[in-house]
Design a protein around this ligand. Structure first.
Ligand code: UDP
Length: 192
C-alpha cells in the first residue's frame, strides 16, 4: 500500500476496515506495533520539533486523524482515501480484543475518568481481558512500566496527549510485543 507524505510524515493510505484487518494479523503474530494517529496539530508540532518528528517517523503506521489532513492531501493532489482516527481505531481494537479474548492495558486521563472508562469497557466488552490500567498523572513511570512488563498485554492504549503519549510509547514499547497506540482524549469520550 502506497504511503502519502505530508509535512515529511508518511501517512498510510487505506480504509479503517483494511487497517483493522492488518492489525488483526499483526496481533495474531504478536508483532510489536506503534501507531500514531496524527491530526493537524501533531503534524505541525512535528514540523516544528525535529526530535518529535524523528520519534513518530519510527512508527509502523501514521494514520490521518482528522479531515484537515485529508483536505491537505487533496490540495497537494495526492488524496488520502479516508481519515483514520485514534478514537475509531481504539474502538476497533476493543472489538478485536473482545472477539479474540486479547489482553489490553489502558494508560492515561484523570483518575476518575480512567476508572469510569474501565467500568464502561468491562460492561460492554465482556470477553476482552482488561489486565491493567493507570491514570495519566503519575510522577514516576517505573511502577507503570513494570506493571505493563509483567502483564504482557497485546494492546496498550496510551492517552497522555501529544507529545507525551508518543514519547512514552517510543521509549517503552520494547517491554511488551503489543499494538501500542496514542489515543489523545479518547478515554474522556469513553468515560461518558
Ligand atoms: N493527559 C494525561 N496526562 C497528562 C496530560 C494529559 O493523562 O500529563 C490526558 C488528559 O487527561 C486527556 C488526554 O491526555 O485525557 C489529552 O487529551 P487531548 O484531547 O488534549 O489530546 P491531544 O489532542 O493533546 O493529543
Amino acid at each position: 500500500n502506497q504511503k502519502i507524505t505530508i509535512l515529511d510524515l508518511p501517512f498510510i493510505n487505506t480504509t479503517q476496515e483494511k487497517f483493522n484487518q492488518e492489525l488483526v494479523k499483526r496481533l495474531q503474530k504478536k508483532l510489536n506495533t506503534f501507531i500514531v494517529t496524527a491530526n493537524p496539530e501533531i503534524a505541525v508540532y512535528a514540523h516544528d520539533n525535529p526530535a518529535y518528528k524523528q520519534l513518530i517517523q519510527q512508527a509502523d503506521y501514521i494514520t490521518p486523524d482528522g479531515i484537515g489532513i485529508v483536505k491537505a492531501s487533496q490540495m497537494l493532489n495526492k488524496p488520502l482515501t479516508e481519515r483514520i482516527t485514534g478514537f475509531d481505531t481504539l474502538t476497533s481494537l476493543l472489538e478485536i480484543a473482545n472477539n479474540h479474548s486479547l489482553k489490553i492495558y489502558l494508560l492515561g486521563a484523570k483518575p476518575e475518568i480512567i476508572q469510569q472508562t474501565v467500568q464502561n469497557i468491562q460492561q460492554k466488552y465482556t470477553n476482552l481481558q482488561l489486565v491493567g490500567y493507570n491514570d495519566g498523572y503519575f510522577t514516576d513511570k517505573q511502577p507503570i512500566v513494570a506493571d505493563i512488563k509483567e502483564k504482557q498485554p497485546n494492546i496498550v492504549a496510551v492517552a497522555l496527549g501529544y507529545p507525551k503519549q508518543e514519547e512514552f510509547i517510543a521509549r517503552n514499547r520494547n517491554i511488551s510485543d503489543a499494538v501500542w497506540i496514542g489515543v489523545g482524549g479518547s478515554f474522556d469520550v469513553l468515560s461518558g
